[in-house]
Design a protein around this ligand. Sequence first.
Ligand SMILES: [Zn+2]
Length: 348
Amino acid sequence: MADFADIYGQEQIREHMQYALRTDKVSHAYIIAGESGAGKKLLSGIFAKALLCEKRSEKEGMIEACNECPSCIKALSGSHPDIITVTHEKENSIGVDDIRSKLCDDVVIKPYESTRKIYILPEAEKMTAQAQNALLKTLEEPPSYIVIIILTNNVNALLPTILSRCIILPTKPVKDDVIKSFLMQKYRVVDYKAELSAAFARGNIGKALELSSNERFEKLKNETIDLISRVQNLNTAEIMDRIHVLLEPAEEDAKSSKKGVDMGQYEDFMDILYFLFRDFLVFKSTQSDSHLIFTDKVSYISSVTRKCSYEGINCILEAMDTAKKRISSNVNMDLALELMFLSIKENL
Ligand SMILES: [Zn+2]
């Protein structure tokens, strides 16, 4: 498990936690709010470990757990009796029984070996109204030794009366260059791949990490660019056949997708095209590869940009916008993509 020094981005949340540790002004309830992949679990784990550490100290300006005391060793192995993750029986909802048995009824028992008892409640947006009301009762009169850390991707799903009793810590999108150095330093991802994953992740460090090691995404990227490079030699039916293969759901989730199209794959496909055409424009105006996203495709990008015009690329980007709008308003996807590819063929 990581320490505060290992957190990339999320400076405000880190500062808040550091202040709490430094001054020992710890609230009874926190909400860490942010999308999946933003690092909510990591942040709550680091905070819990540091709160219970018996010998925490300042390292390079940061209060950190020692990672050596008996408490830290248990926290690191996930077996600390005073760090309780509130799990739930049903996959899609957290019921009142889950909250009562794992939280409300448990908080009356004093900590086993620490000065505090910490409850981590992931996916709190799944709580039923009854479950939220049960949680509220505990939040209204919390025993002095408890800290509840609520994790959610949708703070609006929680009762205002819960929100008003918690300190809300929203995660923020992380800057691309911070994500890039995270991938390169922590996971030894190569330069161009780190750059590309950061660009696609839109500030979400977990998504970037996922993309950087995702072979399906790498394949989609290479085959999408290959399709564009051959587009003048293919007829519409051939183009659409290749797109259908690209957008097929992976075998394991074939059942859950609609009409044989994986919508996540479709969004990545459109993003890849968008970033590719953006690269054409960037290369055309700078004649340099230093600001490109697809730095592994420089020779292809430079060969295309010699032939096509700024106006042509702008027409393609407009056609892409139109296609996206049509698809989101439920126009037949094939038809919308066919029209978009006509524009690509005409203007490239
Ligand atoms: Zn420790």
